[in-house]
Every structure is written in C-alpha cells, then in structure tokens.
Design a protein around this ligand. Structure first.
Ligand SMILES: [Fe+2]
Ligand SMILES: [Fe+2]
Length: 165
C-alpha cells in the first residue's frame, strides 16, 4: 500500500494501533500473572478489560473511515514484549519483577498516548469529529492508567530490594 495522503497515513497508524492493542491484551495478562502485589494485579486486569474496549472502538473507527479492520505488525510493542521476556529470564525476585512490571506498563501507556495523540489531530484535520471523539475515549483511559501506574511507582515499597549502605 502506498502512503501518499493524510487519509492513508491515518489508516496506516490505525492498523498499527489495532495490532498494538491486540498484543497488549495478552501482554497485560502476562503482567498480571507475573505480578505479586494485589493492587498491581487488579490494576492490570482492569486495564486489560479496558483494552478489549479499545479494540472495539478501533473497529468502530475502521468502520467510520470505510476501511477493513486489520492490524499491521508493530515492532515497538513486540520490542516491549521481548524486553519483558528477557527480564523474566533473569529470575527476578517478586519485588524486582513488580517494579519492572510497573515500568513496563508505563512504557506501553506512554506509547499508546503517543499513538492516539497523533491519530486524534489527524482525524480533526480530516474533519472526522466522530472518529476523533471515539479515539479520545481510548486516550483518556491510557492517561488514567499511566497516572495510576506512576503513583504505584512513586509509592513502591522496595522491601528487600533496598540498597545496603
Ligand atoms: Fe489501549
Ligand atoms: Fe493502555
């Protein structure tokens, strides 16, 4: 597919977003399963539910722009998943893994915020107000999740991970 118009660029971005959200459903499940803190586990489980809705909303958007809902492999999300696998291979302690998982979640939210933060102004420029509104709903949930993870990171109890003087 040749990308030579704002519409093409928008649909290309949408396909990457769709792929990313689908991969994140499994990734959030992995984050939940590998976390020990109950607060963290339930946070990831809740955002996994929201992520299912993000996929539904993207399908709505594909429909609104008359394009077929299909994903296009996104190397950024694959890289984040690989980073988690590589960290797991280091046999981390529960605390270390929880702290890593908070950071991993934050990175994916920052990425999604960047994705929607670009698709929304493109939709606005193309005069697609309904599409922009739908994408805004996803963006707001990514921002809320980022805030909640950032708070958990700031208040994290390092326990046995503390550095001895
Ligand atoms: Fe999402
Ligand atoms: Fe997210």
């Amino acid at each position: 597919m040749t990308v030579d118009s704002t519409e093409d660029l928008f649909v290309d971005g949408l396909k990457h977003a769709y792929y990313t959200e689908q991969r994140l459903v499994d990734a959030l499940d992995e984050l939940e399963q590998t976390s020990s803190s109950e607060e963290l586990k339930s946070g990831f489980a809740e955002h996994r539910e929201e992520t299912q809705n993000h996929i539904d909303r993207l399908e709505e958007v594909f429909d609104q722009v008359d394009a077929s809902a299909e994903g296009e492999e996104d190397p950024v999300v694959e890289g984040m998943i690989q980073a988690h696998e590589e960290f797991m291979d280091k046999d981390p302690s529960d605390e270390a893994l929880d702290r890593f998982n908070i950071a991993a979640g934050q990175k994916s939210e920052h990425y999604e915020i960047a994705v929607y933060g670009n698709l929304i102004p493109m939709a606005d420029q193309l005069g697609m107000d309904d599409v922009a509104d739908t994408l805004e709903q996803n963006l707001r949930e990514e921002q809320d999740e980022l805030d909640s993870l950032s708070e958990m990171g700031e208040e994290f109890d390092y326990g046995e991970l503390s550095v001895s003087e």
